[in-house]
Design a protein around this ligand. Structure first.
Ligand SMILES: Cc1cc2nc3c(=O)[nH]c(=O)nc-3n(C[C@H](O)[C@H](O)[C@H](O)COP(=O)(O)OP(=O)(O)OC[C@H]3O[C@@H](n4cnc5c(N)ncnc54)[C@H](O)[C@@H]3O)c2cc1C
Length: 262
C-alpha cells in the first residue's frame, strides 16, 4: 500500500436539463435561465475517486474549467470528501471547444502532478465524451474508458479497471499515470456528510488557477484555437403521437398485433 497517489477529478457545471429551454429564434440553449447543477455523470467520477482515497489513501483534488459561478460544484466535491478543489478560469479560455478544453485540463493534471485523472463519461450539455480521451492524448498517458469499477494496485503502480463492453465486461490493467472515464450510473455516489457540507459551504475557498499559473500560452486556447466550426443550429418540432387507452393487457397485445408490432 502507498499513501501518495494524487487523484484529480474533472467536474463540470451544466444547466439542469429539466429546466433548460431553447431560444426559438437562435436555436441555442437558454443556459443563463436554467438552474446550474453538477454534471450528473461527474457524481460517478467523484465516487470512483473517493473510493481510491478510501482504498489507498489517495489525495483527491477536484477541478473545473469554467467561470467563477461554477464554484458551487467545487464546494459539493469538497462536501463529498475531496481534499481540495480548484477553479480553472481565464478569459483566454472563452470559446474553447473540446480540443483546448482537454489541453487546459491536461496542463492542470500535470500542475497537480497527478497519478490518476478521473472524469465522467460525458456531459449532459455538450455530450461529446471527447474530453477524457483528449486529455490522455495531450499527455500521452494511458486511458481507461467506460469504466464500471477500479481496483488499485499500488504495489505494481497499476490501476485495474472493469470496463463496460458490448455484451459484458472486460478487465484491463494500465500503468500509471492514467486517465479514467467512469460509466454513468456505474457506482452509487455517496451523500455528503453534514460536517463536511458545513465546512465546504462556510470555510472552504477553492484554489484559483489561470492560464499563466498553468503555464498555458493564451494562443493555445480559446475560440481561435478551436478546430470545431458550428455550421448552424436548428430545432425539431415535437412529433405528434397518436394515443389509445386500452383496458387490459390482452387488449394491448391485440392492439400491438394489429399494428404489426408483435
Ligand atoms: C466552437 C465552440 C465554442 C465553445 N465555447 C464555449 C464557451 O465559451 N464556454 C463554454 O462553457 N463552453 C463552450 N463550448 C463547449 C465546450 O467546448 C465543451 O463544453 C467542453 O469542451 C467540454 O465538452 P463536453 O461538454 O462535450 O465534455 P465531455 O467530453 O462530454 O465530458 C466528459 C467529462 O470530461 C470532464 N469535463 C468536461 N468539461 C470539463 C470542464 N470544463 N472542466 C472539468 N472537467 C470537464 C467531466 O468529467 C465530463 O464528465 C464551446 C464549444 C464549441 C464547439
Amino acid at each position: 500500500m502507498t499513501d501518495n497517489w494524487t487523484v484529480v477529478v474533472g467536474i463540470k457545471q451544466v444547466p439542469d436539463e429539466d429546466d433548460v429551454t431553447i431560444d426559438p429564434d437562435t436555436g441555442t440553449l437558454n443556459r443563463a435561465e436554467a438552474a446550474a447543477i453538477l454534471n450528473p455523470p461527474d457524481r460517478n467520477a467523484l465516487e470512483a475517486a473517493l473510493q481510491l482515497k478510501d482504498e489507498v489513501g489517495a489525495e483527491v483534488i477536484a477541478f473545473t474549467m469554467g467561470p467563477p459561478t461554477a464554484t458551487p460544484v467545487l464546494e459539493l466535491a469538497v462536501a463529498l470528501g475531496c481534499d481540495d478543489a480548484a477553479l480553472i478560469s481565464d478569459m483566454a479560455f472563452a470559446g474553447s471547444d473540446t480540443w483546448p478544453t482537454s489541453l487546459t485540463l491536461a496542463y492542470a493534471a500535470e500542475y497537480f502532478d497527478a497519478d490518476v485523472g478521473i472524469f465522467g463519461e460525458e456531459t449532459t450539455d455538450s455530450s461529446t465524451g471527447q474530453v477524457p480521451p483528449g486529455i490522455a492524448a495531450h499527455l500521452d498517458w494511458a486511458q481507461l474508458t467506460y469504466v464500471a469499477d477500479l481496483d488499485p494496485r499500488p504495489e505494481d503502480n497499476q490501476l485495474l479497471a472493469t470496463r463496460d463492453v458490448e455484451g459484458g465486461h472486460e478487465v484491463v490493467a494500465a500503468d500509471l499515470p492514467v486517465i479514467v472515464a467512469v460509466g454513468y450510473g456505474d457506482n452509487d455516489p455517496r451523500p455528503a456528510g453534514l460536517h463536511r457540507k458545513l465546512y465546504a459551504e462556510t470555510e472552504f475557498e477553492p484554489m484559483e488557477l489561470d492560464a499563466e499559473a498553468l503555464g498555458i500560452d493564451p494562443d493555445e486556447v480559446g475560440l481561435d484555437a478551436s478546430p470545431t466550426q458550428v455550421g448552424g443550429m436548428d430545432t425539431a418540432d415535437p412529433v405528434e403521437r397518436e394515443q389509445e387507452v386500452v383496458d387490459s393487457v390482452e387488449d394491448l397485445a391485440a392492439a400491438m398485433a394489429e399494428e404489426g408490432a408483435v
